[in-house]
Ligand binder design. Structure first.
Ligand code: PLP
Length: 359
């Protein structure tokens, strides 16, 4: 009898609904506004030219530059293959499959739950309140068996920053029982809102960072976990032996020079002014029902007839992210802020949709 490979696969993996990355969904567009990437890129040249040796497991010079940038000690930093790897390492190290739980607060980034499903870790879902803030009372009530609480701030896809007093409250409630992970993938777009200065006060605080968004290096796959030294040490025991390819460290190091941090900050300002313009123009469109407040480089918009608008934009080569099927996000589309021409094109094409459907 022929072996049925599928029957060998772990049951939870057989049933897994994998992450629908923007890239997998695809499209033939020339305006990409669906993955919150930077529309503007810097150019880099590799300084390193020999690759016969394994890389440093945790490259010291890179960590020192990042430590300087975030103003924490280098012993509080782990470099990872994107923030996504940080999400996963925490579960790998802290969660007993089928026994421990994570708390996640939808609508939010899907990877927290997808990783839990992969590891067979239980998920306690505590939906956001109507204002997209944490339901702290329900989180407190659901504390049994919880090891990790994932909080995304600014939250993807809603765009808002999470109230710092709520994060503080959760840190205190769970101070002896669980880690509170604050995913700050977009924090450069609202820099003074970071909770990084709290690391000394809360040994159960973990912060995730990335070079994929404001630093315009999504293709590099480089992220950071910031936490107390004990957590960093534990995570470094479960990460792959040589997680960071030599070229990645090389370019990440360059990206964190004083000059390049300055360039990043200017890019953030440019995207901010594009965002302000985009919001102003979207407000004039009669198919726009609601624009949620954005502290980030993307805007969540509730349309009238989001599916049709998504498809219409898609056909015109503008790829945005349809959120219509997600909890609480009916008729919502997430739009990454592009360069000015991309914003202009989006607005102009949306105007055509208006005239189209009138006729
Ligand atoms: C994009 C994103 C990540 C992933 O970042 P990488 O460093 O590219 O893995 C993590 N969290 C959130 C909320 C994101 O939007």
């Amino acid at each position: 009898m022929k072996l049925k490979i599928i029957s060998l696969v772990r049951k939870n993996i057989q049933e897994l609904i994998p992450y629908q990355s923007a890239r997998k969904i695809g499209g033939k567009g020339d305006v990409w506004l669906n993955a919150n990437e930077s529309p503007i890129s810097d150019q880099f040249t590799l300084q390193e030219t020999y690759f016969n040796r394994y890389p440093e497991p945790q490259p010291k010079s890179l960590i020192m530059r990042y430590a300087d940038y975030v103003k924490v000690s280098s012993s509080n930093i782990l470099v990872t293959r994107g923030a996504d790897e940080g999400i996963e390492l925490l579960m790998r190290a802290f969660c007993e499959p089928k026994i421990d739980s994570i708390i996640y607060c939808p609508p939010t980034y899907d990877m927290y739950v997808i990783n839990a499903n992969i590891f067979g870790v239980k998920v306690r879902s505590v939906p956001m309140l109507q204002n997209w803030q944490l339901d702290v009372k329900s989180i407190e009530k659901k504390s049994l068996g919880v090891k990790l609480i994932y909080i995304c701030s600014p939250n993807n896809p809603t765009g808002n920053i999470i109230h710092s007093q709520d994060i503080r409250f959760i840190l205190q409630v769970f101070s002896n029982t669980a880690l509170v992970i604050v995913d700050e993938a977009y924090i450069e777009f609202c820099e003074n809102k970071s909770v990084v200065s709290w690391l000394q006060d809360y040994p159960n605080l973990v912060i995730l960072r990335t070079l994929s968004k404001a630093f315009a290096l999504a293709g590099l796959r480089c992220g950071f976990v910031l936490a107390n030294t004990e957590i960093i040490r534990v995570l470094s025991t479960v990460i792959a032996p040589y997680p960071l390819p030599t070229p990645v460290t090389d370019i990440a190091y360059q990206a964190l020079s004083k000059k390049n941090i300055g360039i990043m900050k200017n890019r953030v300002l440019e995207l901010y002014s594009n965002k302000v313009w985009l919001i102003k123009e979207l407000k004039k469109n009669k198919y726009v029902k609601e624009i949620f407040k954005s502290d980030s480089n993307y805007i969540l918009v509730r349309f009238i007839n989001a599916d049709k608008i998504f498809l219409f934009l898609w056909e015109q080569g503008i790829i945005v992210r349809n959120q219509n099927l997600k909890i609480y996000l009916n008729e919502c589309i997430r739009i990454s802020v592009g360069n000015f021409n991309e914003c202009l094109k989006l607005i102009n094409v949306l105007k055509l949709f208006v005239t189209d459907s009138k006729g």
